[in-house]
Design a protein around this ligand. Structure first.
Ligand SMILES: [Zn+2]
Ligand SMILES: [Zn+2]
Length: 395
C-alpha cells in the first residue's frame, strides 16, 4: 500500500483520538463533546473552524494561497442507542450509547487527513472538512445543507467514506450509480365501526380490512413494480383490538419501503394509497395513509465515482478496488449531499474482525452490532485516501 508517511507516523495519535471518541459516544444532535474535540483538534493544527451548522456540526477549511476548485470531504460523528458488550479499555462509558457504526473512525480518518493537509498546504484550492451530526436517522446532512453549508462553503464535489465489515482491509468498493437505498415509512389507519364480536353484521370490522390491505400491499412488489427495479416493502406493525369479544373501531398498519429510484418510490406511494383506500371502501371502512420519505437513495455520480476509484487504485492497487459493488438496502443521509453536489460515497474495508482484541464481545464485528469495533488499521489508509483525493482533485 502506498500510504502517506506522516499518516503512518501519526497513527497512534489518531488512534488515541478514535478510542477516546469510542469511549464517549453521543447520540444524534447531542455530539457536543465530539464537536468540541474535533474543533479544538483542528484549531490546534491551524485549521480555520466554523461551528453551529445543524447545531453540533463542525466545518474545517484549509485554503491555499493559489486559487482553484474546492472539494468537500464528509465524516459523520454520531453514535447509536445500543448497549455495548465489548469490555476492552476504550468501551463506551455510557449505558445504551455506542459507536456501533464506526463514525468514531470516520471522524478520526478525516482528522488524520486534516493534520497532514494543514501542514503540507500542497494544494491549489480549498478543502472543506465536513463533520456532520445525526447521520443515524436524524438527517444531519440535510439540515447542514438547509442551514447554508454549500452557500457558505462552496464545494465543486463532495465525497464520503464508510467502513465496511466483510470487505478486506486494504480494499475499497464503489459503484457509479446507487450505493444505498431510500427509506420511507408508511402508517395506515383503518377506521371501521366497533361492536360486539358476536354481532359482526352490526359492525364494520377494521381487522378484516387491515389483513386484506396487507395482502394487497405485497401485490405492489410482485405485480406492479417492474421486476428490474429493486425494492422492498415490509409491513412491520399491525395493531388492533384489546379483547377477544370486541371488534375494534380502528386498526393500524405500519412498515417501510426501500428503493433505489425516486420514480419507484412515487409508484409505491401512489399504489399504497390506492390499495388502502379502495380496499377500505369495498368494506365500508375508511383508510388514511401517511407516507413519509426519510432518506433519498444514495446515488453516486459516475464521473466522481470513477475519479475516486482511480485515487484508490493508486493507494491499494487496481485489484483491490471493487467497481460496480452491489448496492445494499441500508440508507445514508450523505444522499442529501449527493443531491446538492456531484460526488461519490465509497466503502473502505473494515475486515472480517481480525483486529479484535481481548475484551471484544462474542457477537459478530458487523455494523450496528453490540460487539462491533472500528478497525484502527484504517486510519492511515482512509487518511491517505482523503489526502490523495484532495490533492488530485485540486491539482
Ligand atoms: Zn449506521
Ligand atoms: Zn454509519
Amino acid at each position: 500500500m502506498q500510504l502517506v508517511d506522516s499518516l503512518t507516523q501519526s497513527r497512534s495519535e489518531l488512534q488515541a483520538i478514535r478510542r477516546d471518541l469510542h469511549a464517549h459516544p453521543e447520540l444524534r444532535f447531542q455530539e457536543q463533546r465530539t464537536a468540541d474535540l474535533v474543533a479544538r483538534t483542528l484549531t490546534g493544527w491551524g485549521v480555520e473552524v466554523h461551528r453551529g451548522l445543524a447545531g453540533t456540526g463542525v466545518v474545517g477549511v484549509i485554503r491555499s494561497d493559489r486559487p482553484g476548485r474546492s472539494i468537500g470531504l464528509r465524516a459523520d460523528m454520531d453514535a447509536l442507542p445500543i448497549q455495548e458488550t465489548n469490555t476492552f479499555a476504550h468501551r463506551s462509558q455510557f449505558d445504551s450509547r455506542m459507536h456501533a457504526c464506526g463514525h468514531d473512525g470516520h471522524t478520526a480518518m478525516l482528522l488524520a487527513a486534516a493534520r497532514h493537509l494543514a501542514v503540507s498546504r500542497s494544494l491549489n484550492g480549498t478543502v472543506v472538512l465536513i463533520f456532520q451530526p445525526a447521520e443515524e436517522g436524524g438527517a444531519g446532512a440535510d439540515r447542514m445543507i438547509r442551514e447554508g453549508l454549500f452557500d457558505r462553503f462552496p464545494c465543486d464535489a463532495v465525497f464520503a467514506l464508510h467502513n465496511w465489515p466483510g470487505l478486506a482491509v486494504g480494499q475499497f468498493a464503489v459503484s457509479p450509480g446507487p450505493m444505498l437505498a431510500s427509506t420511507n415509512e408508511f402508517d395506515i389507519r383503518v377506521t371501521g365501526r366497533g361492536g360486539h364480536a358476536a354481532m359482526p353484521h352490526l359492525t364494520v370490522d377494521p381487522v378484516l380490512v387491515a389483513v386484506q390491505i396487507v395482502q394487497g400491499l405485497q401485490g405492489i412488489v410482485t405485480r406492479t413494480r417492474n421486476p428490474i427495479d429493486s425494492a422492498v416493502l415490509s409491513v412491520t406493525m399491525i395493531h388492533a383490538g384489546d379483547a377477544t369479544n370486541v371488534i375494534p373501531d380502528v386498526a393500524r398498519i405500519g412498515g417501510t419501503v426501500r428503493t433505489f429510484d425516486d420514480s419507484v418510490t412515487d409508484l409505491f406511494e401512489r399504489r399504497i394509497r390506492q390499495v388502502a383506500d379502495l380496499t377500505a371502501q369495498a368494506h365500508g371502512a375508511k383508510a388514511t395513509v401517511e407516507f413519509q420519505r426519510t432518506y433519498p437513495p444514495t446515488v453516486n455520480h459516475p464521473a466522481q465515482a470513477e475519479f475516486a476509484a482511480r485515487v484508490a487504485d493508486g493507494i491499494v492497487g487496481v485489484d483491490n478496488v471493487v467497481r460496480n459493488v452491489d448496492p445494499t438496502l441500508g440508507a445514508e443521509d450523505f444522499a442529501f449531499m449527493l443531491r446538492a453536489r456531484p460526488g461519490a460515497y465509497l466503502f473502505i474495508g473494515n475486515g472480517e474482525g481480525a483486529h479484535r482484541e481481548a475484551g471484544h464481545g462474542a457477537g459478530p464485528c458487523t455494523l450496528h452490532n453490540a460487539s462491533y469495533d472500528f478497525n484502527d488499521e484504517l486510519i492511515p489508509i482512509g487518511g491517505t485516501f482523503w489526502v490523495r483525493l484532495a490533492e488530485e482533485f485540486l491539482r
